[in-house]
Write a protein that binds this ligand. Structure first.
Ligand code: NDP
Length: 248
């Protein structure tokens, strides 16, 4: 059984996209370890279910509505979390969409949504906590993807956003020695991500791959928790996690 952190090691962790998939399981994992979690996403009912489960199991979770594309809304989310819990130690920028399609399908609205959520949303998160963390220190965990490293047909826009998340994480780390910055890049993971749009033919093909390769969500949640639970002097800069069958 994993140990529970106590006292000063217990952190206030903000997690975006916590209403399903990796965000929800990471929230449960971090709360079970003794951290206070503040959950953000748009689907209030799903978010409340995650928070209720955590609180029923003896953890401490607050659910707050959040659309990461709304800069002022993200600032309010962070301010509310800090007012309630006195500080912000960690932000997990996890919210994301993956509506895959070839560029010549010209699904331009979905390109924009992918950029707005995956890239601008991550930047909004950084903007919301940076003044606090510059003064007090902290940790930002950004969720990228193995598709940041390898672009495949139909992943160009998604890959571009995830590569950009890695680049801005690097920049942030170099600018702030008192802010730890971690990038977690998973491959196929059980979640609701394949329901976020895209070209139907492409998504059916991806679904077929996913059904053969999907990792349990807990694997990625564990990677996030590993980065969070290192001592303040240790920056886990990058974790890439993929199914062994995909490694060759
Ligand atoms: P899910 O679809 O299960 O979770 C995505 C989460 O993002 C949901 O909670 C959703 O909540 C939230 N979200 C989407 N848009 C917004 C928005 N505008 N504002 C706030 N929250 C939003 O998928 P995953 O758990 O897989 O995705 C989590 C992260 O992992 C993403 O960044 C994804 O790109 C990344 N990833 C996933 C992989 C996989 O195979 N599953 C592989 C590599 C990376 P709501 O709709 O309630 O707002």
């Amino acid at each position: 059984m994993r140990g529970k952190v106590m006292g000063k090691d217990s952190k206030v962790v903000l997690i975006t996209g916590a209403s399903s998939g990796i965000g929800a399981v990471a929230a449960e994992r971090l709360a079970a370890a003794g951290h206070t979690v503040v959950l953000g996403a748009r689907r209030a009912d799903r978010l409340a279910e995650v928070a209720e489960k955590i609180n029923a199991n003896g953890g401490t979770a607050t659910a707050l509505p959040l659309d990461v594309t709304d800069r002022a809304g993200f600032a309010r989310f962070a301010d509310t979390a800090r007012d309630r819990h006195g500080r912000i130690d960690v932000l997990v920028n996890n919210a994301g969409v993956m509506p895959l399609s070839r560029l010549d399908a010209l699904r331009v609205d979905e390109w924009q949504q992918t950029i707005d959520v995956n890239l601008t949303g991550t930047l909004h998160g950084i903007a919301a906590v940076l003044p606090w963390m510059t003064e007090h220190g902290g940790h930002i965990v950004n969720i990228s993807s193995t598709l940041a490293f390898e672009v495949v047909p139909a992943s160009a826009v998604y890959s571009a956003t995830k590569a950009a998340v890695r680049a801005l994480s690097d920049g942030l780390r170099k600018e702030h020695q008192n802010i730890r910055v971690s990038v977690i890049s998973p491959s196929f993971t059980e979640s609701e991500l394949l329901g976020s749009g895209g070209d139907p033919g492409t998504m059916a093909w991806v679904q077929d791959m996913a059904s053969k390769l999907n990792m349990p969500t807990s694997v990625v949640a564990d990677a996030i928790a590993y980065a969070v639970d290192q001592p303040a002097t240790i920056d886990v800069s990058e974790i890439v996690v993929r199914p062994a069958a995909q490694a060759g």
